[in-house]
Design a protein around this ligand. Structure first.
Ligand code: SAH
Length: 257
């Protein structure tokens, strides 16, 4: 496999963390999209408990905290991200309502039926869409909601180059009707589904990375791992622009029955 085709999990962990600590978001999304997804959730009160799983540095969590009532617990595997999360919460004076903790999505520190809402943008792929929907369900109260964004195919067929890229990066990528059906089978009413607009990738995800990439290549001149990471990010971005009519991120919102 050429370096160009390396997927992100094969790179040095610390380098990836440092790279993504430099941008507000670690996955495609936007404040508008977070607010839109939240508009389908109708069970929240000031006593609600929300979990944001794979919260990263908390870009979307802070938007949630501003627009939803209740307490939010952000969970992420990487302590550097959680430190930034809690720093950001304080900066915005949201520290009483949004707290970040280090933890893994396959071993979450919640009680059964404790949560009113599970949020997860661009992160459920780490455990897998179906496994996440199934395993996280027990933490939700009956009538509670789950809102996750997930890479999805827009068409039944697509060119080999992009198909192979995703089969290597995340073989669980699937079409929207298949994902909706998986959500229903996992015990949720599929309340809403919508495709994230392109600016979630271009403006909010890829554009802020340009500066970070330049600084990174300067700082780590001659470091093969760093150079490969940047080459891989740039390759992924190029593929997005070339094939964006075939795939993207989709929000899936379900209600536990
Ligand atoms: N929700 C954020 C981050 C998405 S990137 C955003 O939309 O900007 C995916 C996140 O999942 C990263 O922050 C990564 O650290 C986290 N992650 C990866 N594996 C994880 C695991 N096993 N448990 C919890 N978080 C994990």
């Amino acid at each position: 496999m050429s370096n160009e085709n390396k997927s992100i999990h094969e790179f040095d962990f610390n380098l990836i963390c440092e790279y993504y600590s430099g941008v507000e978001r670690q996955g495609p999304g936007s404040p508008e999209v977070t607010i839109k997804a939240l508009s389908f959730i109708d069970n929240l009160t000031s006593k609600s408990h929300i979990a944001d799983i794979g919260c990263g540095t908390g870009g979307q969590t802070m938007v949630l905290a501003k627009h939803a009532t209740g307490q939010i617990t952000g969970v992420d595997l990487f302590s550097d991200f959680i430190n930034l999360f809690n720093f950001n919460a304080e900066k915005l004076n949201l520290q009483e309502r949004a707290k970040g903790i280090v933890g893994s999505m396959d071993n979450l520190p919640f009680q059964n039926e404790e949560l009113d809402l599970i949020w997860s943008e661009g992160a459920i792929y780490n455990i897998g869409f179906q496994r996440g929907l199934n395993e996280w369900r027990k933490f939700l109260k009956t009538g509670g909601y789950i809102a996750v964004s997930e890479a999805s195919w827009f068409t039944d067929e697509r060119p080999d180059e992009i198909n192979e890229f995703w089969q290597d990066a995340y073989p669980e990528i699937d079409t929207i009707p298949n994902k909706v059906s998986q959500m229903q089978k996992a015990g949720y009413i599929p309340v809403a589904t919508f495709i994230l607009p392109e600016n979630c990738w271009t403006e909010h995800f890829y554009a802020p990375q340009v500066k970070v990439q330049e600084a990174f290549l300067k700082k780590y001149a001659g470091n093969k791992s760093a150079e490969n990471l940047i080459a891989s990010e740039r390759h992924e971005r190029k593929l997005y622009y070339k094939y964006k009519e075939y795939y993207g991120y989709v929000f899936y919102i379900g209600k536990k029955i």
